[in-house]
Design a protein around this ligand. Structure first.
Ligand SMILES: Cc1ncc(COP(=O)(O)O)c(C=O)c1O
Length: 245
């Protein structure tokens, strides 16, 4: 975010038009960068409360945040067919109101999100420690590669671990092996954006963005949710160790 801020400021000054940073904070509720909460880092931010998120509704829901009153006012209008008061329309908007039932569920769950996030952080620390002790992070003599790599973290960041993601050699075989032990994992995401059919008109081909493509072949999200037990985390790491032994 610091780097993006610098770019936005520098180009904003050059062009004398503001470059607005819009945050995709979909699953970052409770996360912080350098003491500032996700959702307050740009001009505006979107959060998702889709049922799989850290803070989840009973169906689809989401919110937008901004610290600019005029923008807040505008967004309130837009979500309600561009209507500032009933049956009067200043502009085109859409039906983007949150269902009351979703709001009711979220209002209750909201009071738990800090402790749920804390538990996720605790589970992540347990994974970190067990991986460090497992020997899986050390380069193997056979190919000079570590079977598992953990993702880099920054001390300025307060993570909320919507996912606990590792990078794994022979990832797809590992995933099948874990599935046979009833350990479910997920791949976020198997196909990078530039190779998605929807973006084919941009003309990218395989090999154009090797970092993203490499990540898509290696990433594996391990079980992560507040109610996870230490025994379950141990069995996941044991399973991964068994695969590589
Ligand atoms: C980073 C990110 N942005 C946006 C979205 C979309 O959220 P929604 O499905 O609520 O529109 C998701 C959901 O998976 C996401 O992970």
């Amino acid at each position: 975010m610091d780097a993006l801020d610098r770019v936005a400021k520098a180009y904003g000054q050059q062009s004398s038009e503001e470059i607005a940073i819009v945050e995709d904070a979909a699953q970052a509720i409770g996360a912080e960068w350098n003491g500032r909460g996700a959702g307050s880092l740009g001009v505006t931010a979107a959060f998702s409360f889709y049922p799989t998120k850290n803070l989840s509704a009973y169906g689809d829901a989401g919110i937008v945040t901004t610290s600019r009153p005029e923008m807040a006012e505008h967004m309130r209008r837009l979500r309600n067919h561009g209507s500032p008061r009933r049956y009067y329309h200043d502009e085109f908007g859409w039906n983007g109101r949150m269902d009351a039932i979703q709001a009711a569920v979220l209002r209750v769950k909201m009071t738990h999100i800090a402790s749920w996030n804390e538990r996720r952080r605790h589970h992540a620390a347990t994974y970190d420690q067990l991986f460090a002790e497992s020997g899986l992070l050390a380069a193997q003599k056979s190919n000079g590669c570590a079977p598992v790599r953990l993702l880099a973290r920054n001390l300025k960041a307060q993570h909320v671990f919507h996912q606990y993601v590792i990078r794994a050699q022979r990832r797809d075989d590992l995933r099948t092996f874990l599935a046979e032990r009833k350990i479910s994992t997920e791949i976020y995401y198997p196909l990078p954006l530039h190779l998605q059919p929807v973006f084919s008109y941009l003309g990218f081909k395989a090999g154009d963005l090797p970092v993203a493509e490499h990540a898509a072949q290696e990433v594996l999200a391990l079980p992560m949710f507040p109610e996870l037990s230490e025994a379950e985390i141990r069995s996941v790491v044991e399973g991964i160790k068994d695969f590589y032994s």
